[in-house]
Design a protein around this ligand. Structure first.
Ligand SMILES: [Zn+2]
Length: 65
C-alpha cells in the first residue's frame, strides 16, 4: 500500500490536479475511456474516498489500481 500511495502522489504531482490525475489513470487503464467490466456501460462516477469508479448503470465498483 505504501508504494501505491507514493505512486498516486507522483501522479498528482505530475498532473497537477486530482481531475487530471484521474483522467490520466482512466487513459492508462482504459485507453478508449472507462468501460464497466460488468455491463459495458461507459457512464460512471468517481468515488474519491475509495479511488474507485462506480458504474452509473449497475453500480459495480472498479478500483483505479
Ligand atoms: Zn456496469
Amino acid at each position: 500500500m505504501k508504494m501505491l500511495q507514493m505512486s498516486l502522489l507522483e501522479w498528482q504531482n505530475k498532473f497537477g490536479s486530482e481531475d487530471a490525475c484521474i483522467d490520466a489513470l482512466i487513459k492508462t487503464r482504459w485507453p478508449d475511456g472507462f468501460v464497466c467490466p460488468e455491463c459495458s456501460s461507459r457512464e460512471y462516477s468517481f468515488i474519491t474516498s475509495r479511488n474507485s469508479y462506480q458504474c452509473s448503470h449497475c453500480h459495480h465498483q472498479t478500483s483505479v489500481t
